[in-house]
Design a protein around this ligand. Structure first.
Ligand code: PMP
Length: 354
């Protein structure tokens, strides 16, 4: 450690994203990206903007915010746009949690505790039930804000909208952040609830259902007061946070509802096919409403399966957290990619079970 590093960062353990290997071509099913290209209009819009890169992007993100607001029947004043939802989460945590702390489930998106460490936010984890479901009553007596991912990261399990509303209503004087990175693959968004509840912030991303992970665009939806406070933080950190090409690509993508619906429908279909095939091979598969599955097999540990699949050119994700270390998480690719994955799984199981 250098003598220059701030003391409070001495023990910072940064977030470790899924591998983005450059050494060989894998069937890449480890970071929940979409297997489909961005909407054609989004590609054209980004390409056209390449010639304008000598100019800064619009620091108000006005057309993009308008398109996101129109998608949900809101006002642009209810929307903040960011450089991926990770950036929006950072602004939310900075603006609203530094002096209050936060609670989130024990199994969820690993970026939340990392952000807390970076920003010096106290956090507590609330265990999910044995079956990995979330019981909103576990949060009723807590005195701090709450952050959940819905569907939940790593499990894919989705809390029904009425349960999310129960969580928001029971925490009226406390902020509730709902991270809907995976909502478009089968859940019902609680964005409309921002009109009813002043303590709700919903975070969404263009990285998954919109096939724009490389563009880095995400949103925070909330009542006008919370958004204007968030905008102040954003403008104090990086006023041109959404780059020109991504801004136009994201706007065009939001306006192509048919392509979006086709991609999310295909992903949900392929997810159900993959889950059924895995169950047929003896896997326990959690019920997922997301673009990934968390699955476990009695004959092969999660870490071993991950390595054996990688050796066969298929990349999935393994987490070492005690409660999910026996599982692998597989992103839902195209039907062809999932057939390759399933073939590799069959081969590995044959090897271990003889
Ligand atoms: N929230 C959750 C639950 C996620 O899984 C991810 C993706 N890793 C993100 C947020 C971040 O998405 P983005 O690409 O928009 O930063």
């Amino acid at each position: 450690m250098s003598i220059f590093l701030s003391k409070d960062l001495a023990r910072l353990a940064p977030y470790v994203p899924g591998e983005q290997p450059q050494d060989r071509k894998y069937v890449k099913l480890n970071t929940n990206e979409s297997p489909y290209s961005p909407a054609p209009g989004a590609v054209r819009a980004a390409a056209a903007q390449a010639w304008e890169l000598n100019l800064y992007s619009d620091p108000t993100c006005a057309p993009l915010k308008r398109a996101a607001a129109e998608f949900y029947g809101l006002s642009p004043a209810n929307v903040m746009a960011g450089n991926g939802s990770d950036e929006n989460l950072a602004h939310i945590f900075r603006a609203f949690l530094t002096d209050k702390g936060v609670a989130f489930p024990d199994i969820t998106y690993g970026f939340y505790p990392v952000l807390c460490s970076l920003l010096g936010i106290e956090y507590r984890t609330v265990p999910l039930k044995e079956d990995f479901s979330l019981d909103v009553s576990d949060y009723a007596a807590l005195a701090c804000p709450v952050c959940i991912a819905n569907p939940n990261a790593q499990t894919g399990i989705c809390l029904p909208e009425e349960k999310v509303e129960e969580l928001i209503a029971q925490n009226e004087g406390r902020l509730v952040v709902v991270d809907e990175a995976y909502i478009d693959f089968g859940g019902e968004s609680c964005v409309p609830l921002i009109k009813k509840y002043g303590n709700l912030i919903v975070v969404q991303t263009m990285s998954k259902s919109r096939s724009l992970a490389g563009a880095r665009v995400g949103f925070a939806f909330a009542c006008e007061e919370l958004v204007s406070e968030l905008e102040a933080v954003r403008a104090s950190f990086n006023p041109y946070n959404v780059n020109r090409m991504s801004m136009f690509a994201a706007e065009a993508s939001l306006r192509d509802r048919a392509y979006f619906e086709e991609c999310t429908r295909k992903t949900a279909e392929v997810r159900e096919y993959t889950a059924a095939e895995l169950r047929g091979m003896g896997f326990a598969v959690l019920p997922s409403a997301a673009n990934f599955l968390l699955a476990r097999h009695a004959a092969a540990g999660g870490g071993d399966l991950y390595l054996a699949l990688k050796a066969r050119g298929v990349l999935v994700r393994h987490f070492s957290d005690e409660r999910i270390k026996d599982y692998i998480r597989v992103s839902i690719g195209s039907r062809g990619q999932m057939e390759q994955f399933l073939g590799a799984v069959r081969a590995v199981l044959k090897e271990v079970t003889g």
